[in-house]
Each structure stands twice: as C-alpha cells, then as structure tokens.
Design a binder for this molecule. Structure first.
Ligand SMILES: [Zn+2]
Length: 190
C-alpha cells in the first residue's frame, strides 16, 4: 500500500523517472505506477492539505496534535501557505477556511507546536494581553520559568506508552502532572 505522500512523490518523480524505475523504487508493479501517473491530478488545495498533515502527529480530539515540520525561533511550527511562511497553528485554521488576518491565534493548551484546531482560539492582540494578565503567564510554555518540564519532555511523555506512575517517577513529577499532560491541554499549571 502506498501512502498519500508516496503517491505525491511518484507524481513528481514521474516527470523524470521511468515507470520501471519508479516501480522498483516503491516496490509496486509498473501498472500501479502508470495508474497513479495517469490518474486524476490532485488540486492545489489537496496537495497543500497532504503536505500539511504529513507533518503532524494527530491524535484524539482532546490531545495535542504535534507539528513535526519546520519551527520558528520562538517555538511555533512554520508552514508555507500560498507563498507565505506562517505559523502552523494559523495555517491549520486557514486550511479549514478560517481567516486569521489581523487576528492572534492562541493555544488553549499552551503547547506552541500543537495544531489541533480544538485547542486554538482566535483573538485580538488586546485579548492576548488581557489573557496573559489574567492567567499570569506567557504564551510559550517553556519560557515562564515555572514549568518543571520542557516541551521536549512533554512530547516524550506523550509519545512513550508507559503507566502514569512510572512516567511520574521517571520525570520526578506528580502523577497528576503526567495525567494532565496525557489527557489535556495545559501542562504548566502545576
Ligand atoms: Zn494542544
């Protein structure tokens, strides 16, 4: 079975490589390759969607969907959309038809690399300032100096399938902290 991404690669490589070369490279028959090459061309929007989601580890609705593509120096994902490099968390909304022009996209989960639309809120610059005041923290998790865990550790915790008690011991934090990381949103309010 070829993945969507492989199909895209084959369409691209088909401009320069022969059917046989492609068949060998992907371990499928040259008929399969031909079918891909003569098949319906993907629209630009479809290609953009595939390109975006290939860089995301998605999960359940309540979980953070972590961006694995390029990142900016301030810890947010970066994605090129219509020739402009924008935050991946903005791009995901744009891809669903939501305009983020003159808006701030905020993470309710405080995980800068998260692109789960359910964890994103559109707001104005003023909202953002008020929000920081009320919650007493900055938009970027690792930086407020109160977090015990780094974003890297949070990602590792989400990835490793181990019991909560073991993870709590391993990272020397309260089991409640681990549970919060695994089940929600915020990981810094401990
Ligand atoms: Zn999230």
């Amino acid at each position: 079975m070829l993945t969507d991404n492989q199909v895209l690669e084959i369409r691209e490589a088909g401009k320069t490589l022969s059917l046989r070369q492609l068949a060998d490279r992907y371990g499928v028959s040259h008929i399969a390759i031909r079918n891909i090459l003569i098949g319906r061309r993907l629209t630009k929007a479809e290609r953009t969607h595939l390109r975006f989601w290939a860089k995301v580890q998605t999960g359940f609705v309540h979980e953070c969907w972590i961006w694995h593509g390029a990142t900016s120096s301030d810890g947010y994902g970066q994605f090129r959309l219509d020739g402009r490099l924008i935050g991946a968390h903005c791009a995901v909304l744009n891809l669903t038809g939501v305009s983020t022009t003159n808006k701030i996209v905020r993470h309710t989960c405080d995980v800068p690399l998260c692109v789960n639309p359910n964890h994103l809120r559109l707001g104005t610059v003023l909202d953002n300032i008020n929000d920081r005041g009320v919650r007493g923290r900055t938009a970027v998790g690792e930086r407020n100096g109160r977090s015990k865990l780094t974003l890297k550790q949070v990602r590792a915790i989400r990835r490793i399938k181990k019991p909560v008690s073991i993870l709590a011991q391993q990272y020397d934090v309260d089991p409640k902290t681990i549970r919060n990381i695994l089940t929600q949103k915020t990981w810094r309010d401990e």
